[in-house]
Design a protein. Structure first.
Length: 66
């Protein structure tokens, strides 16, 4: 779910009980360093309507799609 652009950190927290920091730790643990860095860069560059946070995003899904 963390890879998906339309699924926010808040949705992940509701579904699995993991906050943003815990999602980041999970992603770091289960990916190669290069893949993790690319993911973090992609998440950090997003803002506005494509953000990973519901309050900033207009396109976030409030439920799991996978």
């Amino acid at each position: 779910m963390a890879w998906a652009d339309t699924i926010s950190f808040e949705t992940i927290e509701r579904e699995y009980g993991l906050n943003q920091n815990e999602v980041q730790k999970f992603m770091r643990k289960h990916q190669t360093e290069k893949t993790y860095r690319r993911w973090r860069e992609r998440v950090e560059k997003r803002n506005g309507k494509s953000s990973k946070h519901e309050t900033l995003s207009e396109i976030s899904s409030r439920r799991q799609k996978y």
